[in-house]
Design a protein. Structure first.
Length: 270
């Protein structure tokens, strides 16, 4: 029933009804019509015998549909109540996967939650759009950078799963080696800032007003603790930017969050 629970809940309801009709009436009718002198009489009796099993299958499908409905409601709630970077971290790893999946759904993707990743790695989601099949890994690492080994591992799964691209979503940063390895490949490294930008854009498009979540002291370094509303847009790629300091002069500036893929900068004052 796990498979049925991963479907839209409406399909689970329909599957239960269809399964009931086939088991309760369809099998007996088919045997009566095509079973001949041997199986024909069996078909006349099998409907009554199979009735309890038909009810069990239908109720199991409906229970799975109820789970699907509950999960869909929870995904929508998780998505529409994320309001800042802290709210992305104040959820469990399983809820984080559901949140990322809902973010892709809001972008028009079909999303399959594989359940293969768990807390430590692997493929968490398979998303499809426009005939493309793409793999997603979610890393709710608050105090660790995602290294090149993780990116290499996901890249190695592309051919095995006949995928077209890879997305790695992390609350932390990516190492320079990871960014270099991903450069020039269909690998998208998505930071917490970029994920929040996607969520806010979808909330705005749907007319959902973000609900402020509980605040906590940020574990990020001070240069990343600015309010999200004050973050400018990169003049080169239109993505989010981060506060940085010149390593030689220590002068503040805004740098593109996608560095080194994008080197857009803007002056800033602290």
């Amino acid at each position: 029933m796990d498979e049925v629970a991963s479907w839209p809940w409406q399909l689970g309801i329909l599957a239960g009804i269809v399964a009931f009709l086939i088991i309760r009436y369809g099998i007996g009718a088919w045997l009566s019509a095509a079973g001949g002198p041997v199986l024909g009489p069996v078909g006349l009796q099998i409907g009554g015998i199979s009735a309890p099993f038909a009810w069990i299958v239908m109720l199991a499908c409906w229970l799975a549909a109820a789970v699907s409905w509950g999960n869909a409601r929870k995904r929508r709630s998780l998505h529409d109540t994320r309001s800042d970077l802290d709210s992305l971290a104040d959820i469990s790893w399983r809820e984080f996967e559901m949140l990322v999946g809902e973010s892709f759904r809001r972008q028009g993707y079909e999303v399959l939650e594989t359940g293969l990743g768990g807390k430590d790695g692997g493929i968490d989601l398979v998303v499809s759009k426009g005939g493309r099949r793409e793999l997603v890994q979610c890393k709710q690492w608050k105090r660790r950078q995602v290294g090149v080994a993780t990116v290499r591992e996901m890249w190695g799964l592309v051919d095995h799963h006949a995928a077209d691209a890879v997305h790695i979503v992390s609350l932390g940063d990516f190492t320079a080696d990871a960014a270099r390895f991903a450069s020039g490949k269909p690998i998208q490294l998505i930071t917490e800032r970029e994920l929040l930008d996607r969520i806010r854009a979808a909330q705005t498009a749907a007319g959902a007003a973000p609900v402020a979540g509980p605040r906590r002291e940020s574990v990020k370094a001070p240069q990343y603790a600015a309010p999200v509303d004050d973050v400018p847009v990169c003049p080169v790629c239109a993505g989010a930017m981060r506060r940085r300091h010149n390593g030689r002069t220590r002068e503040p500036f805004w740098g593109c969050a996608r560095y080194p893929h994008c080197r857009g900068t803007m002056p800033a004052s602290f």
